[in-house]
Design a protein around this ligand. Structure first.
Ligand code: SF4
Length: 416
């Protein structure tokens, strides 16, 4: 039993990249139903099925559920789970009946990038590569929950179900795939702009696609956050995400010039950018059009891309290097918590901020607790890295840009 409360099942619903209705993005391995099986989202949210889902959240036992492992682990390690992020929306319970106030939608897995830590479930671009991985004996590939070899996209009926609830929501979060690769997202945004411009809009995008139509539509909302998934710059970015850095930078400038707005650089921590955060902050703090960098996500799986599977020495190296940089150049902000922020540091000479630093500092190597699994997963790091060197749209070896990965390789070979 816990005194902590999670508001999600009482106020929000999430549609994942396969069209499944799930309690939240952090529990997307546990679909409740597929949207095609539900006639009306509001009625479903008030149904007996949902009543049952809410029970452990009412009696305080939810953190022992497998669905909520992400949050229970975050709470234990001192990092920020979705439970805290969500709390900051401050939704009201003083309503007649249970009302969807937060809607998170991923309309498809259509994407134009094949990021090293991703897979077919979230990126259609990965589908042919996933098939190749099996051919090259990388059979461990199918073990990741991100693995899929099918394109999934909401049909018109399903999109209409979402359109119906747009007038009543307070927050719309759009994720992908790449949201701007799928026209359904423009349909949602254009309708929302007609019926509910007061709605807060968060778009999690790789920011590689920009057009006049997109710019015009997103500027109709008073409160919009562009959370751009950018895990580095230059070669490190290009290797991880397979799009040219020049293209991303051009879009950042274009967005800023259009309406004076700025984006958040949202970093997914992997073993490929683990030693790159100091350089990233030094770079982005001077880019017009970016006002913050945030340590949004940690790759927990696939394990062979996760900093959790680096050695304790390397984990500490990455953390210490960044912490020293922060202490020298930034000041920790007290009481800075608001949507998606967490532990916040502000540059000593300007307004650039770095958020959710606790997510970086909480990373610990799993070596001590999971030695057998640790070694078996680490054996996949170099074959996977070589596959990604050779079979995606990149023409260089990441070890030439991140030499620390050669040390990782040596450590692995020493054990074998
Ligand atoms: S506790 Fe975390 S994982 Fe569980 S429903 Fe709430 S936000 Fe989602």
């Amino acid at each position: 039993m816990t005194n902590l409360k999670c508001q999600v099942p009482f106020t929000g619903i999430t549609i994942d990249s396969l069209g499944n209705l799930v309690v939240c993005c952090a529990s997307d391995r546990f679909p409740i139903k597929h949207i095609s099986e539900v006639d009306n989202l509001s009625t479903f949210f008030n149904s007996e099925i949902y009543e049952k889902i809410r029970k452990p959240f009412t009696d305080g036992t939810f953190l022992s559920l497998e669905n909520c492992l992400h949050c229970s682990r975050a709470i234990k390690t001192g990092s920020l789970g979705f439970i805290q992020t969500y709390d900051n929306f401050g939704f009201s319970y003083e309503l007649d009946g249970v009302k969807i106030q937060y809607l998170e939608v991923t309309t498809s897995n259509i994407c134009n990038q094949a990021c090293v830590m991703c897979g077919g479930k979230y990126s259609s671009k990965w589908i042919p590569y996933e098939k190749d991985a099996a051919k090259y004996n990388l059979n461990f590939r199918t073990e990741t929950f991100r693995h899929s070899t099918n394109i999934s996209k909401l049909n018109t009926d399903d999109v209409n179900k979402i359109l119906k609830i747009l007038p009543e929501i307070s927050v719309l979060v759009i994720k992908g795939g790449e949201p701007f690769s799928d026209k359904n997202n423009m349909i949602l945004l254009e309708e929302l702009a007609k019926v509910n411009t007061k709605c807060k809009v968060h778009i999690v995008t790789n920011f590689s696609i920009m057009s006049e139509r997109i710019l015009k539509t997103i500027h109709k909302f008073e409160d919009i956050s562009i959370i751009a998934s950018i895990d580095g710059f230059g070669d490190v970015y290009e290797w991880i995400r397979t799009t040219t850095w020049e293209r991303i930078l051009k879009n950042i400038f274009r967005y800023n010039e259009y309406g004076g707005r700025k984006i958040a650089v949202s970093t997914t921590m992997s073993i490929f950018n683990w030693w790159h955060y100091r350089e990233m902050a030094e770079y982005f703090q001077d880019v017009p059009g970016v006002n913050r960098m945030t340590f949004s996500c940690l790759v927990e799986g696939p394990a062979y891309c996760s900093p959790l599977y680096l050695s304790p020495k390397h984990v500490e190296e990455g953390k210490q290097d960044f912490l020293t940089f922060l202490q020298e150049n930034y000041s920790k902000q007290e009481n800075a918590l608001s949507d998606y922020t967490g532990e916040t540091w502000q540059h000593k000479n300007n307004n650039f901020r770095i958020h959710r630093v606790e997510n970086l500092l909480a990373v610990e190597s799993v070596k001590e607790t999971l030695t057998k699994k640790y070694h078996s997963q680490r054996k996949h790091i170099i074959p996977w890295l070589q596959f990604c060197n050779n079979f995606r749209n990149v023409d260089f070896d990441i070890r030439d840009v991140v030499p620390e990965l050669n040390d990782v390789e040596k450590e692995i070979n020493d054990v074998i």
